[in-house]
Design a protein around this ligand. Structure first.
Ligand code: GLC
Length: 739
């Protein structure tokens, strides 16, 4: 449709029709099928609401969606097509590693490829929009949705959010195999007080602008067609009713022109936040704040028309909102082809194809982080290995946002090792469940009594005692349950379940050559695990090819390519712990006798493993950082050079990271901030020069006057394999007139 035709359509629509375009319902109201991802109050929805709603969420399948669309459009007076949206977070049917793992690859290219493949599968299944990327910066491992983020750094999150948007959307969402991206949750949902889900967020504007907004901005600059409002209050104003955040910051400053959708029932929840007295006021506040679509309530449907008629809400606001929704449908080509790519044959051809599985395998290998290795990995194929633990042969390895996939497609560690035949002498025993006994876990499928293998650990230990004692290496596949992370899964204790620690300690009494393969949706408190093992490989929830990737890495057919994008705390009491903290007036220098300094008296300040950290099967030597100049002006650049050498015996990939510290500013500045990274692959003995470029705009921040500027003065640039390396040089930024 042309713009003129859209305007004609808009002017032809009645007030009621316009209001209903802003309503989104799950597919349960159309054909009874939908994943419910929030509190559902279905009797609030009238038949008229169903007949005229503008979009549907969480229903999938080409046949399904085509059926709904056909019937809907016959009853739609202007034949405006429905939008179909769903959470394609780390894949649709081919499940890739969870986003937190994908971030650890430090490889935006493969992340973009995975998103593109996910879009192809979702588009063939009839979807038009995914509620992804989640660009929320996260620092607190107690929060369950850290699994959906790419971590604690604004720059890295921006690179990953941009990659995902490009992967989903390409250059034109109308193209076959492309879907629109919805960046979420705007804003700062990842900073809930005390790490407790849906809790309030209190941030200074400096911190909000400097750390929490850049990744959303990167997604918007990459062309994201939609933004989703966050559940939380931001400095006591619910995001979904926050006019300053949505109309000033998002629309004006960040220049977002697309559709703003509420999160599930977030408009109605302003009553519970205590900022709306009733549903009428909730509708008014949300529309005045600029929220276009009301997800899964009838607050807009029941109240907007009257608010417009009585002049409380401007007609222009309503028309702008409807225009944005119609524009999105038009961008997707739905007026010409309301079914877009929905096609049963394509579904068969593209879903779970080998190419997608191969990407999932490679991305999993690149996302694994080797946290500890005292010479036991890679395993020797001719040795005897005993695989034990609840994740030895477990298909629940796709994470909390993979409910459209069939976990039977997932490859377990046992299946991979046996299929590959890599291990001549390997045996496998589950020994115990993820938890002991039957547990009830609330998850998207409702309150699940997930029957755990209520195995008798002591009995199984007796049975395996000789094999354990005689094995060259024990591989323990341990971890939290996938439903212990994700939405509504905050935890105060972030260790693996006790039964699994019992298993580890008892095995350790018989054989200390232990490798732990750790499954999790967050950084866990693994101090105990580290104490009783010689190697720890963090595999997150690795998705469909998880077992194959683990087998490849354990036996050295692939390397663990990941680096942490979120710090592993030494204990839950450290949370939130992150690398780019601010200095204090009384820094702790690490000497036990120090008092009157910023430290804990019962735990270290430093995390167990820091941002950017990850071991490989080789080692790398760095030359001293060299700068082309120690003076920088607004118009010049400084090139940073370092030579990296693989001085180990195996080929390997290093993630070379560049950090910059602003030594003094009008506000206190982080001890260091990631400003660049490069993945390089080196053969044994090979050296490579790595170059970064520093420009003045990289040094800008929100200063004491909330101006986004750089300030003249001294800076220090660090280059190394993680955020703690001291290989650095100093330079000075001067104003050009001083140069
Ligand atoms: C959920 C989540 C959001 C998701 C939406 C639709 O409550 O907060 O991330 O996209 O509902 O499923």
């Amino acid at each position: 449709m042309t713009i003129e035709q859209l305007e004609t359509l808009l002017s032809d629509m009645t007030l009621e029709e316009k209001v209903y375009q802003l309503v989104q319902l799950t597919g349960q109201f159309y054909n009874g099928e939908a994943v419910i991802t929030g509190p559902a109050d279905s009797d609030m929805v009238t038949k008229e609401c169903v007949r005229q709603a503008g979009s549907v969420l969480n229903t999938v399948g080409a046949k399904n969606i085509k059926g709904i669309q056909k019937e809907y459009m016959q009853n739609q007076s202007h034949h405006i097509p429905l939008l179909f949206m769903a959470d394609i977070i780390n894949g649709y049917k081919t499940i890739y590693p969870i986003p937190l793992a994908q971030g650890c690859s430090f490889d935006p290219e493969i992340v973009e490829k995975a998103a593109q493949e996910a879009a192809k599968e979702a588009a063939a299944a009839g979807l038009h929009v995914t509620f992804s990327p989640m660009a929320d910066l996260v620092k607190d491992a107690r929060w369950g949705r850290v699994m959906e983020s790419t971590g604690e750094d604004a720059y890295l999150n921006g690179c990953m959010a941009e990659a995902m948007v490009k992967g989903y959307q390409g250059n034109d969402v109308k193209e076959k195999g492309r879907i629109a991206a919805c960046v979420k949750h705007f804003a700062a949902y990842g900073a809930p007080t005390a790490g407790r889900e849906y809790n309030n967020v209190e941030l200074s504007e400096t911190t909000l602008f400097d750390e929490y907004l850049p990744a959303y901005q990167a997604a918007i600059h990459a062309g994201a067609k939609m933004v989703m409002s966050a559940f939380n209050t931001l400095n006591r104003v619910p995001c979904t009713g926050n006019e300053w955040l949505m109309r000033k910051i998002l629309r004006e400053d960040m220049e977002f022109e697309g559709v703003l959708i509420s999160d599930w029932a977030a408009i109605e929840q302003m009553i519970l936040h205590g900022t709306a007295e009733n549903l009428v006021q909730a509708a008014q506040i949300a529309m005045n704040a600029g929220v276009d679509i009301d997800m899964m309530t009838s607050v807009y449907a029941d109240n907007l028309a009257n608010l417009i008629k009585e002049g409380t809400v401007s007609q222009r606001f309503l028309d702008d909102a409807v225009r944005r929704v119609l524009n999105l449908k038009n961008d997707l080509g739905l007026f010409e082809n309301p079914y877009k790519d929905a096609d049963e044959e394509d579904e068969q051809a593209v879903i779970l194809c080998d190419e997608h599985r191969k990407t999932a395998l490679t991305l999993a290998e690149e996302s694994f982080v080797l946290l500890k290795n005292e010479g036991v990995l890679p395993l020797k194929k001719e040795d005897t290995h005993v695989f034990l633990g609840p994740y030895t042969d477990n298909k629940e390895i796709s994470g909390a946002w993979s409910f459209y996939a069939d976990i039977e497609q997932n490859i377990t560690i046992r299946e991979a090792v046996e299929e590959k035949g890599t291990a001549r002498n390997a045996c496998f025993e589950t020994m115990c469940g993820v938890f002991s006994g039957i547990r009830q876990i609330k998850s998207f499928q409702g309150d699940l009594d997930i029957p755990y293998l209520d195995l008798d650990l002591d009995e199984n230990l007796k049975k395996m005692e000789e094999k354990i004692k005689n094995a060259d290496t024990i591989v323990l596949a341990l971890g939290e349950h996938y439903a212990q992370s994700g939405e509504a899964a905050s935890r105060t204790e972030i260790q693996i379940p006790n039964i699994q620690m019992d298993l580890l300690k008892k095995v350790h009494q018989w054989n200390s050559n232990i490798v732990v393969v750790l499954f999790s949706g967050r950084p866990l408190d693994i101090s105990g695990i580290v104490k009783y093992s010689k190697a720890v490989l963090a595999v997150w929830f690795p998705g469909i090819e998880g077992g194959a990737a683990i087998a490849d890495v354990l036996y050295g057919d692939a390397e663990p390519g990941g680096r942490l994008t979120m710090s592993f705390p030494a204990c839950a009491g450290q949370c939130p712990v992150f690398y780019n903290e601010l200095p204090t007036g009384r820094p702790f220098k690490g000497q036990e006798k120090e008092r009157f300094v910023s430290r804990y008296i019962d735990a270290p300040n430093a995390p167990l493993y820091p941002f950017g950290y990850g071991m490989t099967y080789t080692s790398f030597l760095y030359s001293k950082v060299k700068l082309s100049n120690d003076i920088l002006t607004e118009t010049s650049v400084i090139t940073v050079n370092v030579t990296v050498e693989n001085n180990g015996s195996r080929p390997g990939t290093e993630v070379v990271q560049m950090y910059i510290q602003d030594m003094a500013g009008s506000v206190s500045r982080p001890l260091r901030e990631l400003k660049g990274f490069r993945r390089i692959h080196l053969a044994p003995g090979e050296k490579k020069n790595v170059e970064f470029v520093i420009e003045e705009e990289m040094l800008r921040f929100y200063n004491a006057n909330l101006k986004y500027e750089s300030e003249a003065g001294k800076f220090r640039v660090y280059v190394g394999g993680d955020s703690t390396r001291e290989n650095s040089e100093e330079f000075t930024l001067v104003r050009s007139q001083e140069a």
